[in-house]
Design a protein around this ligand. Structure first.
Ligand SMILES: [Zn+2]
Length: 147
């Protein structure tokens, strides 16, 4: 039997780590949060930004994501400590990352009931349903303009 080839997640070619596809409403404060890390000399790696529906479905099947992720709307990104992608929760990077995000009014996934420490998103998870309803109605920009 041929063994299944596994590709490290950080080398996957279908992962978008460009800031270009992010919604400007999220991109601006996210870039400022990263600048806060730069100012402290904290090295980071932007792992994933925008996400296709196909990839979101794949991650949900694997149990490591949700179909209705804000990544699909360009309103979320995942960041890892450059020195150690597998840094434990106690690593000082996470507190610095949390503080940088929250200083810019962003939501950190480390507070989610299903903890997701690399994850940053524009609004609180409690508003995900509202955001998706607006996206489906074509009124996302109007909603984001009110934030
Ligand atoms: Zn994420």
């Amino acid at each position: 039997m041929k063994s299944k080839q596994t590709v490290p997640f950080f080398h996957r070619t279908d992962v978008d780590s460009s800031l270009d596809g992010l919604n400007p409403a999220f991109r601006s404060p996210f870039v400022r949060a990263l600048a806060r890390l730069d100012a402290q000399g904290i090295a980071y790696h932007v792992q994933e930004t925008s996400r296709s529906e196909a990839r979101a479905r794949e991650l949900q099947m694997r149990g490591t994501g949700i179909v209705r992720s804000l990544h699909r709307l360009g309103l979320a990104a995942d960041v890892l400590p450059a020195e150690n992608f597998w840094a434990p929760a106690s690593h000082p990077f996470w507190a610095a990352y949390r503080d940088a995000l929250e200083a810019e009014g962003l939501t950190w996934g480390g507070h989610f009931s299903r903890v997701d420490m690399p994850h940053a998103q524009f609004l609180s998870a409690q508003r995900d349903r509202e955001v998706w309803a607006a996206a489906n109605a074509g009124t996302l920009d109007a909603l984001l303009a009110t934030v």
